[in-house]
Design a protein around this ligand. Structure first.
Ligand SMILES: Nc1ncnc2c1ncn2[C@@H]1O[C@H](COP(=O)(O)OP(=O)(O)OP(=O)(O)O)[C@@H](O)[C@H]1O
Length: 590
């Protein structure tokens, strides 16, 4: 069943990429492979005709026509196949991007099994174009059938030759199977080598890599990972190479025996001269057919495995598409957002990161999350954006479970600024504008967002203002400092007009104090304005208590639990963890 699905996906992919070309390939490959051996039969008819039988003219006709047609078919099969390959590979690359980027959760980015499979598909994507190889294998099968018919016309015993010629094909198929298992087991080494190579090439890490003298040890890690993958593969290829050589020797011996045998039959009057010539000529044909079979089988098995992974990824994407979540978010929040008995462990881990969290974030309020490193603040933020689903319990929006809302529609109503902001190396206008794709070309809104994100001075310093290309990796664009990038990220967060939720997860860590104060002023205004218009909840994650105190409510997170909850004044009066931390920071500033 699985094999059939893979086959259907393979052919379906080629047909989706280019239906007419795929059909043409089907016809030409089958034709090309079947006609070669028939031409040998024509030669037999000619020889028999020359030695008395009435087959001379038909032999000439069969030989000439089959040779012409098969040569023409083989000639066009190559270029057509290459074109089809190219189109299928491009189609699959697009589909891979669509599938992986289309999964609404973040969980798959942290799934090593998925990462290995995607990485293998990307590496082997060229094989996915091998549809014509598969067709050629079908062609080879029709060629084999023709050979069987002709050998049987002399003596069915001669079909043993074909069996002997299959030995090397079997050895190479076995090698392929073993090699594939080895690659799958060792894919993590390739990803490790690529990851470390990227790290070495990434300008962001360049300073530390050089200061700490990490170039040589990291290069050593890359070499070690490549060797861990390469050495077993070389040994295996060598062993199977010897076996395949031996298999060809066995075939050669069988061929010699067959010629001697047919000669004996001819001398005894049991075979014609044409039969002898047929066996002599068909030997190389059989070898070519078997070699073709081995080569094609190798590619077909490889492609079938890659298509198997592709099928797995498509199934995974379908299962994780949250296609049942279709609800629309409310126009405005009236009650607020609730965590109801929420527990959470990151996918693939067992550690409980959030432990039975019960928390109400009232509509129209600004709520600050504070707590030690690793307490679970950012995890709460990720659950609010539904980047993951809770392991237990639920998050509700005005009473509706978040899992019932269309994730794209919900995220459309979120504005966000993060500590780990993205540095989009686009035109400056796009780097900000992607904060709301629908309005990214609206200059008035862009200018407003730039002003609100305190990014005005950054844009003014750019040679072509918002029309300046950013980033130096791919173009002659302008390089920015960490703080300048962050200001653009903040501007991006001001693009959406009517969010229901504003997520600010340490969004000012790279800013100078003046810009930070100004930005929080803006956020304060935006939060009050949004509270009035949409009842939006603003979430603020920060370690700076001067910022935190401006929130209406403060949530202290400790080891995945909520330990304190209330206004700044309430929590100070309670004299708990918050009060101690606040006092500690305040003292440092005095
Ligand atoms: N992607 C992940 N996979 C597995 N565990 C994770 C992942 N992200 C975070 N964690 C773990 O979850 C716990 C909570 O992390 P979280 O990022 O929510 O903490 P935080 O309170 O925001 O910390 P910080 O103040 O340092 O930003 C940590 O122990 C962390 O190791």
């Amino acid at each position: 069943m699985t094999m059939l699905r893979i086959l259907a996906l393979w052919i379906g992919t080629a047909f989706r990429a280019n239906p007419r070309l795929t059909l043409l390939m089907c016809v030409t490959t089958v034709l090309g492979a079947a006609l070669g051996p028939i031409s040998v039969y024509g030669v037999k008819l000619i020889i028999d005709g020359a030695t008395g039988a009435d087959t001379l003219m038909s032999g000439v006709a069969v030989t000439v026509i089959t040779l012409l047609v098969s040569t023409a078919a083989n000639q066009i099969a190559g270029p057509l196949g290459d074109t089809l390959d190219d189109q299928v590979v491009r189609y699959v690359y697009d589909d891979l991007l669509r599938l992986t980027a289309g999964i609404p959760s973040l969980a798959h980015h942290e799934n090593p099994e998925l990462a290995d499979r995607v990485s293998l598909i990307e590496r082997d994507a060229h094989q996915l174009g091998g549809i014509w190889r598969m067709l050629m294998t079908i062609g080879v099968v029709s060629g084999v059938t023709t050979v069987i018919v002709m050998l049987s016309s002399v003596d069915p015993l001669l079909n043993l030759l074909l069996l002997l010629a299959m030995l090397p094909a079997a050895v190479s198929a076995l090698l392929l199977h073993r090699r594939n298992s080895l690659w799958r087991e060792n894919e993590r080494f390739r990803r490790l080598a690529n990851g470390v190579t990227d790290l070495l090439a990434e300008p962001k890490h360049g300073v530390e890599v050089r200061c700490f003298g990490l170039v040589a040890p990291l290069v050593e890690v890359v070499r070690g990972a490549m060797d861990a993958r390469r050495i077993p593969w070389v040994g295996m290829t060598r062993r199977y190479g010897v076996l395949e050589g031996l298999a060809w020797v066995v075939f050669g011996a069988g061929y010699a025996v067959a010629i001697v045998g047919v000669l004996g039959w001819a001398q005894a009057g049991q075979a014609t001269a044409g039969d002898v010539i047929l066996v002599v000529l068909i030997g190389p044909q059989i070898a070519t057919t078997a070699q073709g079979m081995a080569a094609n089988l190798a590619i077909v098995i490889g492609a079938a495995q890659t298509f198997g992974r592709y099928q797995w990824l498509r199934d995974y994407a379908t299962e994780h598409a949250w296609s049942g979540s279709l609800g629309a978010p409310p126009e405005r929040l009236t009650r607020g957002i609730r965590f109801e008995d929420v527990s959470f462990s990151y996918p693939g881990t067992t550690r409980t990161v959030l432990d039975r969290v019960d928390l109400t974030l009232p509509a129209g309020r600004t709520v600050a999350f504070v707590g030690d490193n690793g307490a679970g603040k950012s995890t709460l933020v990720k659950l609010l954006a539904r980047l993951y689903d809770p392991s237990e319990g639920r998050v509700t929006i005005d009473g509706t479970p978040l899992t019932e809302l269309d994730p794209a529609a919900w995220r459309d109503r979120i504005s966000a600024g993060f500590q780990d902001f993205a540095t989009f190396e686009f035109l400056a206008s796009d780097s900000v504008g992607v904060g709301d794709l629908k309005r990214r070309d609206d200059r008035v809104i862009l200018d407003d967002a730039v002003r609100s994100g305190e990014a005005g001075p950054v844009v003014e310093s750019l040679p072509d203002g918002l029309e300046t290309m950013l980033g130096r990796r791919f173009t002659d664009g302008v390089g920015l400092s960490g703080g300048q990038w962050q200001r653009l990220a903040l501007a991006r967060a001001f693009m959406r007009p009517e969010p229901l939720l504003m997520l600010l997860d340490e969004p000012t860590a790279a800013l100078d104090p003046e810009a930070e104060a100004a930005i929080y002023d803006r956020y304060g205004q935006a939060a009050r304005d949004l509270a009035r218009r949409t009842g939006a909840v603003t979430i603020l994650v920060s370690h700076r208590f001067s910022t935190v105190r401006m929130a209406d409510l403060i949530v202290v997170v400790s080891d995945g639990r909520i330990t304190e909850f209330g206004s700044h004044a309430d929590l100070l009066a309670a004299g708990g963890h918050y009060a101690r931390l606040f006092e500690l920071q305040a003292r440092a500033y005095r």
